[in-house]
Design a binder for this molecule. Structure first.
Ligand code: SF4
Length: 398
């Protein structure tokens, strides 16, 4: 296990990210599910990076593809699911999409751990919690006997389970919901992972226990230098625990930004809708705002904006042009949005043309989603001084 860099304040600065290799890097991930009638594009070409010691959020409504993304990374997509050729997932620089069963077992053992929403899906009801932690220690780290028992006690104490030595002998059903989730986290830590994927780990818990588990994850991350992918539908939780956020909708990432910036200046209409749906956001608000409609089930390539039927700012081009992730302002790489209203310093007509050109050469995008240094990007507005600020109209839909 690596230790956090000196002075790590949970936010990984931009300059560090350009120098370091991400510990986990996802490119053009496409995970589909084949049915008799159609192919569901559950994850449709997403890019994602996680650097050492940071917590990255993946947020969106149910059905947006968050959990399928996590299962794709963990090698847990079974038939009729398929990760399409051209998808890339690198862990510590090594491509893992072609791994066989044994390699994935090793990866899940000591490389990437996962905490699910329901702790009972990870715990075996017929073995004591101590047995299961000791087994994880034996299989993944070769620790057995009294050393394993002592390490198991240390792990239960690390996840703040009181009276740890006695509770080692208890079965999962003797633990409360919050304690069970702590026990699962202890089991994951027994594998000494570099990356922890937390898929809605607090959704089934009451607010007080939820806050305790979030505090625990924060402490574990700081103490152990963990990198965390935190998946949730809850923007309040995202604000609490993450350094950077990816907003996902209908299989695509539609906005990326450092967490503070996302909350200070949300750009994509979907992100704004999610934020407005947090209780207590509007002074004097009596009814909770919601985003009308449902997340569509994508079953065809996106040649248009999948959010258009629900978007209060939709205009005609949204039905005909697929929005690419671009800087919210021209040249911006940290804060990007997949919406035809951006870059905001272009006129809407110019922005639509820019997205059309980028869509013709998506290989010119980097993880930030902003256009790279290729021809399309150069042609698409960065180097053309006669576009942009002096021709902003800002009034047609923005
Ligand atoms: S591209 Fe159009 S429909 Fe999609 S989010 Fe932007 S304004 Fe709304």
């Amino acid at each position: 296990m690596s230790t956090p860099p000196a002075g790590d304040d949970r936010h990984v600065p931009e300059d560090r990210r350009t120098e370091e290799e991400p510990i986990l890097s996802v490119r053009n991930l496409q995970t589909v599910f084949h049915t008799d009638r159609e192919t569901i594009r559950a994850v449709d070409g997403i890019d994602l990076d996680i650097y050492e010691g940071e917590t990255v959020g993946l947020v969106g409504e149910s059905g947006s593809g968050k959990s399928v993304t996590a299962r794709s990374i963990m090698g847990l997509v079974d038939e009729p699911g398929e990760i399409l050729p051209g998808s890339s997932i690198k862990f510590q620089g090594e491509e893992i999409t072609g791994y066989d069963t044994k390699q994935y077992q090793n990866l899940r053992g000591s490389g990437i751990g996962m905490v699910f929403q329901d702790p009972l899906s990870s715990l075996n009801p017929v073995f004591t919690v101590g047995n299961q932690i000791r087994e994880a220690l034996k299989v993944n780290r070769g620790i057995t006997g009294e050393a394993a028992r002592e390490e198991a006690i240390d792990l239960l104490e690390a996840v703040q389970i009181p009276d740890a030595s006695r509770r080692l002998g208890e079965y999962p059903h003797e633990f409360s919901g919050g304690m069970r989730q702590r026990a699962v986290i202890a089991m994951m830590l027994a594998c000494d992972p570099e990356v922890l994927i937390c898929d809605e780990p607090t959704t089934a818990l009451d607010v007080t226990i939820q806050a305790q588990i979030l505090d625990l994850l924060r402490e574990l991350q700081e103490d152990r230098g963990l990198s965390i992918l935190f998946i949730t539908h809850d923007m309040g939780v995202i604000a609490d625990v993450t350094d950077r956020v990816n907003v996902m909708y209908a299989g695509e990432i539609v906005e990326k930004a450092p967490t503070e910036e996302l909350f200070a200046a949300p750009s994509h209409p979907y992100t704004r809708g999610l934020l407005e749906a947090i209780p207590g956001q509007q002074a004097g608000q009596e009814r909770l705002r919601t985003i009308e409609g449902d997340v569509p089930t994508p079953n065809e390539p996106a040649t248009y904006c999948r959010f258009a039927p629900r978007c209060p700012q939709a205009f005609d081009d949204c039905e005909a042009v697929h929005p690419e992730l671009v800087g919210v302002t021209e040249g911006e790489t940290e804060h990007t949005a997949a919406c035809l209203l951006y870059p905001e310093d272009m006129s809407t007509g110019e922005a639509v043309a820019y997205h059309e050109r980028l869509g013709g050469d998506s290989s010119g995008t980097d993880e930030s989603g902003a256009a790279g240094d290729g021809d399309v990007a150069a042609d698409g507005g960065r180097s053309t001084g006669d576009r942009g600020r002096d021709s902003v109209d800002g009034g047609d839909g923005r």
